[in-house]
Design a protein around this ligand. Structure first.
Ligand SMILES: NC(=O)c1ccc[n+]([C@@H]2O[C@H](COP(=O)([O-])OP(=O)(O)OC[C@H]3O[C@@H](n4cnc5c(N)ncnc54)[C@H](OP(=O)(O)O)[C@@H]3O)[C@@H](O)[C@H]2O)c1
Length: 228
């Protein structure tokens, strides 16, 4: 596992894309999932699959040691059909706390997290999630939980031994199965107005692994959009 990348949510859509991109560049990858038996294909592809819970600091600490970086591609909510009865509003806050303490305790210095586009700001300076024309109000609890996780990362005091995190937030939709162009553009806190080229999960993964290999953004959140 030495020198490899540990991917929380390695069995999910973003996690699989990051895993494939990292493997393609020659990294060893450890995929952290809640039930390893559900992911036989990952093991067959040469990925080390381990059981873990991103919201539990001891669990995080037990799997991250020896890696050069960690990726947070976990979501407790995979689609509207799932509903919100079981959504913990503090899920992303607990994940931020567990990751920051588990990584710091084991000397892993880089964390790249995947964000959610509706906590970017619109032209009026308000989060996109507050605009019902952009985001269905019924999914707002998930968006609020996500935003609370970002706020928690931001609240983490900087220090020499702390984790150098970055959150890469898709500037719009994320498309599964769309081709990898290898191109993307970073923006800031605001969503760019007008329609944007959709970002593929594969290009998001390129940006994630680039930020591990050659970090350009530190302790901040940026938007990532595709390029025509
Ligand atoms: N346009 C956008 O902005 C956009 C679009 C899509 C996704 N996203 C964001 O991208 C990130 C990844 O989303 P995705 O589409 O890849 O989601 P996904 O396909 O639903 O995968 C999420 C993974 O999280 C894992 N997970 C859930 N709870 C966990 C826990 N407690 N500990 C460890 N793993 C856990 C699940 O794995 P197991 O079941 O194996 O545990 C699942 O495979 C999320 O932050 C999501 O909000 C943003």
């Amino acid at each position: 596992m030495g020198g490899g990348i540990v991917v929380f949510g390695g069995g999910g859509r973003a996690g699989r894309a990051v895993t494939a991109e990292a493997r393609g560049r020659g990294y060893e990858v450890t995929a952290v999932v809640r039930e390893p038996a559900r992911y036989p294909a990952l093991g067959a592809e040469g990925v080390t699959v381990v059981r873990g819970d991103v919201t539990d600091a001891d669990s995080v600490g037990s799997v991250v040691g020896g890696h050069v970086a960690a990726v947070h591609a976990v979501s407790p909510f995979s689609g509207p059909e799932q509903g919100f009865d079981t959504l913990d509003p503090d899920f992303f806050v607990k994940a931020a706390d567990a990751l920051l303490s588990g990584l710091a305790a084991t000397g892993v210095r880089r964390l790249v997290a995947v964000g959610l586009f509706v906590n970017l700001l619109g032209a009026d300076g308000r989060p996109l999630m507050d605009d019902p024309a952009v985001f269905p109000p019924e999914i707002r609890p998930f968006a609020r939980a996500h935003t609370a996780g970002l706020d928690r990362l931001r609240a983490h005091a900087a220090g020499e031994d702390t984790v150098d995190w970055v959150m890469l937030t898709p500037g719009g939709g994320l498309e599964e199965g769309a081709p990898c162009t290898g191109r993307y553009v970073f923006g800031g806190e605001r969503a760019t107005e007008g329609s944007q080229p959709t970002l593929s999960y594969a290009d998001l993964a390129v940006a994630v692994v680039d930020e591990i290999e050659r970090p350009t953004r530190h302790r901040t959140r940026v938007s990532v959009t595709g390029v025509e």
